[in-house]
Design a protein around this ligand. Sequence first.
Ligand SMILES: Nc1nc2c(ncn2[C@@H]2O[C@H](COP(=O)(O)OP(=O)(O)OP(=O)(O)O)[C@@H](O)[C@H]2O)c(=O)[nH]1
Length: 882
Amino acid sequence: MVLRCIVRKYVHRTSNNKSLRSATRGFTLASRCNAPTAGNEVAKTRNLGIIAHIDAGKTTTTERMLYYSGYTRRIGDVDEGSTVTDFLPAERARGITIQSAAISFTWPPSGNHSWLSGSKSNEALSATPHNINLIDTPGHADFTFEVLRSLRVLDGAVCILDGVAGVEAQTEKVWTQASTYQIPRIIFVNKLDRDGAAFGWTVKEIGARLKVWPAVCGIPWWSGEGRLQGIGDVVGLRALRYADGGDGKDVLPSSMQQLEIEDARFATELKKARTALVELLSEHDDIMVENYLEADEDHLAISVADVTASLRRCLVSQDPQNVVPIFAGASFRNVGVQVLLDAAVDLLPTPEERPDSEVKIGAARGGLAKFLSGKLTATTLPDRAKSSSKAVSKEKVTYALQNLEACALAFKVVADARRGVLVYVRVYSGTIHRNATLWNTNLQNMERAQRLLKMYANDALDIESIPAGQIGVIPGLKFARTGDTLVSYTGSHPKSGPPAPINALQLRPIDVPPPVFFVSVEPSSLAEEKHIKECLDLLLREDPSLHVSVDPESGQTHLAGMGEMHLEIARDRLVSDLKAKARIGSIEIGYREAVSAASEHVTEVFDREVSGRSSKAAASASVEPAGDEFVAAQDDDTHVFDLADSNRLVVSMPILDPNGSSTSEEETSLPEHLSLTAILQALQTGTSAACARGPMHGYPIHSTQINLIFSPAKHIFPNTTLAALSSAARLATQQALKDSAKLTETAMMEPVMMVTISVDEESLGAVVHDISSARGGSVISLGSEDTSTSSSTTEIDVNKIYTPPDPFAGEHFSLESFGSSDKRAAKQIVARVPLKEMVGYLRHLRSLSKGRGTFTMVVDRFERMSSQRQRVVVQSLRGDYG
Ligand SMILES: Nc1nc2c(ncn2[C@@H]2O[C@H](COP(=O)(O)OP(=O)(O)OP(=O)(O)O)[C@@H](O)[C@H]2O)c(=O)[nH]1
């Protein structure tokens, strides 16, 4: 009916309908010409992620994918701890995924082109083998950063929902993050074999909470007794019956004619679903309207290829995504996974179909393609660099870019017990060849890729190269960390690397959130110290959201992270996997200290023998509270750097050109061996080290501005080294911090979290009361799905969403009452709450909400504590409760 109206509008809009029809045919032909050929590897690649709420079934589904594609001989079981992707002992023990595992497989399997014989048209992309690089992402809120880190290398994602729990808080969060990266998604509604599974309800929730139109492509096929016997393929207009208790390979397809005889009611539902699907697609894709006209306005007569192509267009070219294909199944019962795999190949984009990847060069941000064409740097170099003798000319940039062989992002580092440290990379341009020298633009060092691997489930295959669009592994690198950009460049200088601007290229950079919890790590004996340091270095390479600092006064090492679970896992990894003999303290909140008064300038001299050579330098520093409205002086002699924890470093120095020569006659130039860039870097390192420990309580410094005055004549001596300069800057800053604290005590700051709680209506009042009175939180919004964090602005009328009935869902899930009455976890509370009050909150929430409430939280900001609150915290830290 809706489609009829659209058709009328459409025909009206088109003055010459015939010409449009022929244009459409042209399109179809063109898209067929673009279909991947045997030689077109990139077009036959899908870099996929699986995203979902914890326990929705990601690992269970992944195991089936590996099994059906022939990479494993038996299906791993999460509950038995025998899965391939949850490979860390800690993950297996807890049954949750911690680190993203990236594995490759082929779908459909080579030599066996369709898993359902005779069912696939040769036109379908999923009729020929494709290389799938699958990145399994963790579902726990503490690992959001890990999710983000893997999201940035994905081209498409499968979002798995639990068909009993529906859309959960974490799903919404990851959904929003995927929207930020413009990642096209399909949804798999899993666990439909469970009692109380509500497929229709979940589909409505998808529309209401994720703000996207559900295009139902698969519907559950329940027996009269409520057993999930198979699924209805809405696109292919057939029913797939799965052998009861089998491994999912024994699937019997039934055509519509057969289904009319077998289960007439389900046949009618399948037709209804097909009609709804065509209607929905026509609202978002003009070519589908054309297909409908060509099919004589018969929803069922439109070919499988045309419906698939329309779904693909909606997914690949729409931003924001406002249609999401929905598939149904139960991976634990081995139902529906092959259909999902076909959909991933047929619908999700190839690496080449993705928008240009974001890059950063210094302060400039833009697209990789723009950078490679030389346009990004030419327009964004700072004026000073442009005018100076060292400025990078446009010609030099063009020449430099010609020699760029490849650039890649190290998106994950894993210490594998058998293979050593593995660096997972995604190549964004060019090809990395075996033995290539790789310049790390973050660490500014060079390493050789002596071997390249492709990871297949439990096996690794040596390969000669990793081309653009592909994911591969470089074993044996000593330095590369998660998040580093690696560049292969012809004629790179072994020490200084490729020329500017390539030496500063950063692919898809992400901000690391501040750590809010920490533990102390103490070697159990002196002999262990070195080993523990190596283990911590490795942990940091794997996970840049962990931080290590050493308290210069007590010598104690602190390991900081983003959540309790995050640190628990790090602790297990350190002690159980890496066998570090260390005493780990209890998990504590990472408070901060902020200066309250401006100090005078203080000069400190560092004069010591380092490695047998005397080395001397001086630095002058003052500190003050960092106001929000800082306006950097526009003069050429001020350099401003944003440090961690909202600290700011302002270095004033005489006007020096990039060679270090003074441009003013009264000032001294820099000595030959110290470049301006290296000096500024050393000053940053020194001040950051000083900020690691506040003068009053020993917490890191926050919201503080450090002013350094640097003059070659006063601060540099004949034997000055960079290390001495850095130490002098540290000493001067530490003294300035102490001076400030003597004037007025530093203020303690605490992490305040943005918390999103989902509860049912019944428990809402109790939870809100608890948050705002007992926990000192402030409720920001309260409501139903309208308060969803989804970034999409699409208006969804849930009454217009097609859903099949939920005959076995239980009384709570009456589809007619959706949006009006009591529903599961449908009320959301968004509140700002101090982290201290959220420790152990899950147990409390469960008791307030009959076990049904869930919550997620992220750091919102650090806030100054009231003096009363500060007193309580300091007392409890001292163990003084009186
Ligand atoms: N009944 C039923 N149980 C399932 C299904 N899929 C997964 N499960 C169970 O749900 C639990 C969680 O499954 P996982 O595969 O570990 O879920 P996950 O999403 O990987 O969880 P995390 O790794 O912790 O994020 C396990 O006990 C599975 O056996 C299903 O289709 N039906």
